[in-house]
Ligand binder design. Structure first.
Ligand code: IMP
Ligand code: MG
Length: 177
């Protein structure tokens, strides 16, 4: 275990098993669709997206977007650092995210992709910090409910570090206090 990790919450094996379960749920949901347009939110979603997509049977394309939210509630306050290269018009869009906390980023990104003409938009998140929610937002699919603590690994960072850890763990308080 990394020296800055207080405890492991979800091991690599648990995450891989969960990705297989999620892929079954998602394939079932999209059984009548011929193609899914996945949108990974950079950078945190990369390890989760890579693992999840290995297990999906529905044909898909991998697309990426980097976005963050300003304070405020409107989607115009969404700051897009890297935009999609393909149009979502008429597509079955699946947004893939590492963690859902307040819900602000995902609700804004979802709203934007609906406005751009996606046929439908669903959201899958590896972790759901249910207690952090300040926006009325629910993921269509989630891996694990996450305690209201600062977590790192499997894509999740603290100051851009620790994304490469193969598990999700709680960051030691001494690292940020
Ligand atoms: P939201 O808009 O508040 O739901 O923001 C979600 C984003 O906050 C995620 O994409 C992460 O970048 C970040 N985040 C929230 N909680 C954590 C955490 O415990 N560890 C690392 N990043 C987090
Ligand atoms: Mg993120």
């Amino acid at each position: 275990m990394h020296k800055d990790v207080e405890r492991i919450l979800f091991s690599e094996e648990q995450i891989i098993e969960k990705c297989k379960e999620l892929a079954c749920q998602i394939d079932d949901f999209y059984k009548d669709a011929d193609h899914i347009f996945t949108v990974g939110l950079l950078k945190g979603s990369i390890p989760f997206m890579a693992e999840l997509c290995k297990h999906l049977q529905t044909p898909l394309t991998m697309n990426f977007m980097q976005a963050s939210s300003y304070d405020g509630v409107e989607s115009k306050e969404l700051k897009i650092k890297h935009d999609l290269e393909a149009s979502v018009e008429g597509e079955h869009v699946l947004i893939i995210e590492d963690i859902l906390d307040t819900g602000k980023t995902l609700s804004n990104v979802k709203k934007l992709l609906v406005e751009r003409g996606a046929k439908d938009v669903t959201v899958v998140t590896l972790l759901d910090k249910v207690e952090g929610r300040t926006f009325d937002f629910k993921a269509d699919f989630y891996g694990f409910v996450c305690p209201n603590e600062f977590v790192i690994g499997f894509g999740l960072d603290f100051n851009e570090n620790y994304r490469q850890l193969p598990y999700v763990g709680v960051l030691k308080e001494s690292c940020y206090k």
